[in-house]
Design a protein around this ligand. Structure first.
Ligand code: HEC
Ligand code: HEC
Length: 291
């Protein structure tokens, strides 16, 4: 009897191991094909600026749009996910120092990265939230690139990026935004500019920076990656609908909610929203309350 049970268990285990192996091999090949895919896109032309007010605005946007959260305060790059199961990802060195962008990295290469999520060799960038930046106005994108391409060189090199087994399984089931290039309408042109005023339209424009986590409808949901908390509903049906404008602004500048919750800047990037102007935060408040 015991012998029979052991044989059955052994057979089950073998089926599980072989099945799991086939399952993972399939996932490995399908995700690898997506990672190696070459996109053919002609980037829209963009004029840079040397106006000092526009450059200062670009500097602020690099914080306000979260670039510094992944690429480091000096934009010289930093590791932002280091988990053997999930991935090893580096917000790469965006300066022209050692380990940084090539000396001949052109405006069109910047546009490929920001508006299309594509590297200059046509392959998709990993985890770089270009699906959000694709919605920037031409004016904002130009200010960002003008400032970023004038940065002093920082010498900083990193090991190669890697996507682990868990990262591949989550990507296969669309539970990890590993390949933003797949989510972008590559034929869309940039809007020229969006008027900065306390309006639903401006709030909606700014909310592209929240979409990646809070979803397009701002109602949140599952964590963005394993180990992160559930994403809060920030539409009128969530806490935001009960807060005053002042409480909303305070939360996004201090990371402390009226209910006393402390938001961790690596989970809810309030370092980024702390750099927003009053007008920007008020517009977001108006927009979120309209949903
Ligand atoms: C969530 C983290 C994250 C944020 C936020 C982010 N990036 Fe990235 N970025 C990355 C990663 C990771 C890569 C490298 C991707 C790769 O090589 O596959 C990258 C690559 C790039 C590249 C491409 C360089 C190349 O190889 O051609 C540029 C340019 C860039 N980022 C600019 C920006 C700018 C500007 C912002 C803000 C508007 C920004 N990034 C925000 C993670 C991020
Ligand atoms: C990288 C992912 C990410 C991005 C981008 C992001 N958030 Fe969040 N946010 C979260 C998570 C996760 C929580 C819940 C944190 C927790 O429960 O500790 C949260 C919580 C909040 C809260 C608190 C809600 C409550 O009920 O306490 C507010 C307000 C908020 N986010 C606003 C924003 C706004 C506005 C933007 C865009 C400008 C934004 N977030 C962008 C991940 C993000």
């Amino acid at each position: 009897m015991i012998k029979k049970i052991l044989i059955v268990l052994g057979a089950l285990l073998a089926v599980l191991i072989i099945g799991g192996g086939i399952f993972y091999t399939n996932i490995y090949h399908s995700t690898e094909a997506r990672i190696q895919k070459k996109y053919v896109v002609v980037p829209q032309e963009l004029t840079l600026t040397s106006d000092s007010a526009e450059l200062a605005y670009g500097d602020r946007l690099l914080t306000a749009k979260g670039c510094r959260d992944c690429h480091g305060m000096d934009l010289g790059g930093q590791v932002f996910i280091d988990d053997p199961a999930l991935a090893f990802l580096v917000g790469r060195n965006l300066t022209k120092g050692k380990g940084g962008l090539p000396q001949d990295y052109a405006v069109s290469d910047w546009v490929l990265a920001l508006k299309h999520g594509i590297r200059r060799d046509g392959k998709p960038l990993l985890f770089m939230p270009s699906h959000e930046y694709a919605l920037l106005s031409a004016q904002d994108m130009s200010a960002i690139i003008s400032y970023a391409s004038s940065l002093p060189p920082v010498d900083r090199t990193f090991p190669e990026q890697k996507v682990g087994p868990m990262g591949r399984v989550l990507t296969a089931f669309d539970k990890l935004p590993l390949l933003p290039a797949e989510m972008i309408d590559h034929t869309r042109s940039l809007v020229k500019e969006v008027k900065a005023e306390v309006s639903v339209a401006f709030g909606q424009y700014l909310s592209s920076a929240c979409q990646g986590c809070h979803r397009a409808n701002m109602k949140g949901g599952d964590p963005v990656a394993p180990g992160f908390p559930n994403v809060a509903d920030i539409s009128a049906t969530g806490n935001v609908g009960r807060w005053t404008e002042e409480q909303f602004i305070n939360t996004l500048r201090t990371g402390k909610t009226p209910e006393g919750k402390i938001l961790k800047p690596n989970e809810m990037p309030w370092n980024m929203t702390a750099a927003y102007t009053d007008t920007e935060l008020k517009a977001l408040f108006v927009y979120l309350n309209s949903i």
